[in-house]
Design a protein around this ligand. Structure first.
Ligand code: UVW
Length: 407
């Protein structure tokens, strides 16, 4: 819980089952930094028993409704010890299950206990070969600034990291600092953040449909923390391979792609060819749209207005291409790695399920690519050694990361 407004809203929710219009909800609970918006006509039925869980559900429900991609969503927060939140999409809403019913899967390919999926393609041989991409020794880091007072780019409904100073010289000035032999003073911080609230790796169990996550694990293994396919497996393994930058924005002659602008695997190959490069099997794809760069150039209101990101768009051919190319990891400078709503089916983020849940391809989002891209455009070297290790958050759905690439 963050603010008095939040507490008041929660208090009201707990008192009884309420019908609250999304308009009112978004006014009071819009994510930090984002402008309150006018909501649709949706109504939400709420009753709540457990504080933090319920409030987050409420916040998300409010904001997603406002975002317009859950056109009619009913959230029932049931008055039970273990709260269940059920989402009933409008019957006319498209179904990810239907869309992906014939989509390929890599489940079982690396055994029944696998939790890192396509990262298995990054074998020691692949790593040794990738090291030969290093030509100049130039190093780039790909994380956006975190807990930035100017704001952190995050998915609607999430908030940026908050760093709080908990000890500093003020403690000693006020006579409250601890005395250590020798007279050492120090400063300490406390960080509060969404695990997906900065440049991050998603755990393979982060999204699902049909009650099964990556490798066929039961979706109930996600309750209270990911018992399977959490970020730990990826964090403990680490990610090292050949990276290739595909600067789609530059290739299209734009500073930044438009909201909702799409591209396909064929565009990626054409972009690579225009750069004088070729995508090889098992490459880590690093795709630049300019979108995160834009976050720092416009106001929050402008960035989040009618929020729809540019990105890769679903097709069976694209999914097969990713499978056949044995792509281990997709890195983009957008918040969710693909166009927000598939313009053909109307499904939100179908590639999250087609690539991550079904093929085990790891997703890395909110990457800072502006400096790397400028350098690649200058020296025409678009391939490099890519390395990354998300934080080892036990049972985590994802974790912040600062990938390092060496050209
Ligand atoms: C969602 O979970 C909606 O997106 P992301 O993969 O960016 O965390």
């Amino acid at each position: 819980m963050d603010t008095q407004e939040d507490k008041t809203a929660l208090h009201k929710m707990r008192a009884s089952t309420l019908r609250i219009s999304l308009a009112a909800a978004t006014q009071s609970l819009a994510p930090r930094g984002a402008a309150p918006r006018t909501a649709g006509r949706c109504e939400t039925t709420l009753s709540a028993t457990r504080e933090s869980h319920d409030l987050e559900s409420y916040r998300s429900a409010s904001y997603y409704g406002d975002g317009g991609f859950a056109r009619r969503v009913t959230f029932k927060l049931q008055q039970q010890e273990n709260i269940a939140v059920t989402e009933q999409a409008n019957k006319s809403d498209p179904s990810v299950r239907e869309l992906l019913k014939d989509s390929p899967r890599n489940w079982g390919k690396w055994g029944p206990d696998d939790e890192v999926g396509s990262l298995n393609y990054l074998t020691p041989e692949v790593v040794v070969k990738a090291a030969s991409s290093i030509k100049t020794g130039k190093v780039f880091t790909l994380q956006v600034k975190m807990a930035n007072p100017e704001g952190d780019p995050v998915w609607p409904g999430r908030s940026g990291a908050i760093r709080t100073t908990v000890i500093d010289e003020g403690h000693w000035i006020a006579g409250k600092g601890l005395h250590f032999p020798g007279g050492m003073h120090y400063a300490d911080d406390y960080l509060t953040c969404h695990t997906q609230g900065s440049t991050q790796y998603d755990a393979l169990g982060h999204v699902w449909y049909d009650e099964q996550i990556w490798n066929g694990y039961d979706a109930k293994t996600t309750v209270g923390g990911l018992a399977k396919a959490s970020i730990m497996a990826i964090a403990e393994r680490g990610v090292v391979g050949r990276g290739i930058l595909l600067d789609v924005a530059r290739w299209r002659g734009k500073e930044v792609l438009d909201g909702g602008e799409t591209f396909t695997h064929e565009d990626l190959m054409a972009c690579a060819a225009a750069q004088g490069t070729k995508i090889e099997p098992r490459d880590v794809l690093v795709i630049r749209t300019g979108w995160i760069g834009k976050y720092y150039k416009v106001t929050h209101e402008e960035f989040y207005k009618d929020f729809i990101e540019p990105g890769l768009t679903y097709s069976p051919a694209l999914v097969s291409w990713f499978k056949d190319m044995e792509i281990p990891n997709l890195v983009t400078d957008t918040i969710a790695n693909e166009v927000t709503i598939d313009p053909v089916s109307g499904v939100a983020l179908p590639l999250h399920n087609a690539l991550m849940r079904n093929l085990g391809i790891t997703l890395t989002e909110i990457a800072w690519l502006e400096d790397l891209a400028a350098d690649c455009a200058a020296d025409r070297q678009y391939t490099f050694l890519y390395t990354a290790a998300p934080l080892k958050i036990v049972n985590g759905t994802g974790a912040p990361v600062n990938p390092v690439v060496i050209k």
